[in-house]
Write a protein that binds this ligand. Structure first.
Ligand code: OOG
Ligand code: NI
Length: 468
């Protein structure tokens, strides 16, 4: 088979992301309402803020905005995780980052599968937050064994999906027909099944240990539990949600509102009550399970290690001052504490750049191009920026935030579901289960920034690519 016939992984990912969205719209009708709200808010925001619209055009983000979303799944075993990693690799998605959620009382650790190069992200930024259940955190040995034996019996991939993954690994790609087939087959793994794999009593036992354990263990597959579109103004979305009959969680996770958004701000609506059938239930005795929920997010600047350390410190300070978990009854106070502590974080792109708080992408301006053969033109990055020969935009954060993720998990599990597992970060065990190391997101942002500096140096015909 010739390489020419292969469809690019980026294109398979774009097809998959769109098929997933269509499936989720069918499964969760409120998701359709959420998408409508997001596109209304995005339109309004661009009308009201032409400078933002211009930035989005410059970076190309405008083209990916409508198709931008992330999903989340939770798998039960190392083998499932390793195979899901191979499935995502067919679509050009690699594991990025390690998130320990045990310290927040959720017995999982996670990574985000996503494209890693800016050009691939531009084609499709689709990402999946993927968590692995940590059975070792279940204290009762009998229950741990029950969970392990139930998981050992299930196969979450279709035979055809497995064949196509192997074929892709062997041949180096898939042709158009196989790629379309793969998208359809891969989708099956993420579909909701109302038929549980356990009896009502087993479900209860698992659920009593932790609702999340029941969610992972009691079903045929790792149903996608939310699909999150990207909004340009999350405060407007939060206000707009109740008007569309979507009740939002009490607080927006992440940093406070700012002129220059950083990292990630997220809100969600409560999980749906789903009807499920246990293996021993008759047609009348319906069970209930909460699995799927809705979420909206606003993405901002990717922070450098220095910026991230500052973010973590300020977030901790706000949480400490609150003296508890942000919830309905202290939401306003929390938001006030957040904006007070974050006054220390520069809210101006130029200052953020000079203080080395965020990663950026650089662009040569018309003026810079026109002046590139002048002998006295500036040649240092700062001088080129000051002279208007180069401009810059913050790189968008492509990843997740552990504290926010824990807040999202918790608001959907119900506050009663909090347990205490202490801090149990174990990246090595996660990587062993996955069968590969996870990539360092900070390195990826730094590489993108370097590539943009090199491209500028080349366009400006600077010798030795001196900007990079
Ligand atoms: C994942 C929650 C984390 C996010 O956006 O931080 C997440 C889950 O509930 O499985 O999706
Ligand atoms: Ni999410």
């Amino acid at each position: 088979m010739s390489t020419q016939a292969f469809v690019s992984p980026d294109s398979i990912r774009a097809q998959f992301s769109s098929a997933m969205s269509a499936m989720y719209k069918q499964e969760v009708p409120l998701y359709g309402a959420l998408l409508d709200l997001v596109s209304e808010v995005n339109q309004q925001t661009m009308d009201q803020r032409p400078e933002l619209a211009e930035s989005l055009h410059l970076t190309g983000e405008i083209q990916r905005l409508d198709q931008e979303r992330h999903g989340a799944i939770r798998v039960g075993t190392a083998e499932e995780l390793a195979t899901i990693g191979r499935l995502f690799a067919v679509m050009g998605m690699q594991p990025v980052g390690y998130y320990d959620l045990s310290c927040a009382g959720v017995p999982v650790h996670s990574t985000a599968f996503r494209a890693v190069h800016e050009q691939s992200l531009q084609v499709s930024p689709f990402r999946v937050f993927t968590s692995l259940l940590r059975l070792e955190l279940i204290e009762q040995p009998a229950l741990r064994e029950l969970a392990a034996s139930i998981l050992a019996k299930r196969q979450i991939f279709t035979p055809r999906a497995l064949t196509l993954i192997e074929q892709c690994e062997r041949d180096g790609g898939l042709n158009a027909a196989d790629a379309a087939d793969f998208v359809e087959q891969a989708l099956e793994t993420f579909r909701w099944h109302r038929q549980a794999t356990v009896t009502a009593e087993q479900y209860q036992q698992l659920h009593d240990q932790h609702r999340l354990i029941a969610d992972v263990v009691a079903f045929k597959g790792p149903h996608i539990n939310h699909l999150t579109p990207r909004v340009l103004d999350i405060d407007a979305a939060q206000v707009g949600m109740p008007k569309k009959g979507i009740p939002p969680k009490a607080v927006i996770e992440g940093p406070p509102p700012r002129r220059v958004p950083i990292l990630l701000r997220q809100t969600s609506f409560k999980a749906l009550q789903e009807e499920v059938a246990f293996t021993d239930s008759d047609a009348q005795a319906e069970g209930r399970h909460t699995a799927r929920f809705g979420e909206i997010e606003q993405r901002g600047a990717a922070l450098t290690p220095k910026g991230r350390a500052l973010y973590d410190r300020l977030l901790d300070a706000a949480r400490e001052a609150l003296g508890g978990v942000p919830a309905e009854n202290n939401a306003e106070h929390y938001m006030q504490l957040l904006s007070e502590t974050f006054s220390e974080f520069a809210d101006d792109v130029e200052q953020m750049r000079q203080q080395g708080l965020a990663f950026f992408r650089y662009f040569v301006t018309e003026q810079g191009l026109a002046a590139r053969h002048n002998e006295n033109r500036p040649t240092s990055l700062q001088a080129l920026i000051d002279a208007g020969h180069v401009r810059f935009e913050a790189l968008v954060y492509e990843d997740f935030l552990p504290v926010s993720a824990a807040g999202i998990f918790q608001s959907n599990l119900g506050d009663d579901a909090q347990s205490n597992y202490g801090s149990n970060a174990n990246q090595q065990a996660f990587e062993q289960a996955l069968g590969a190391p996870v990539l360092d997101e900070l390195k990826l942002y730094a590489e993108t920034e370097q590539r943009s500096l090199q491209a500028c140096a080349k366009q400006l015909e600077l010798v030795n690519s001196r900007l990079a």
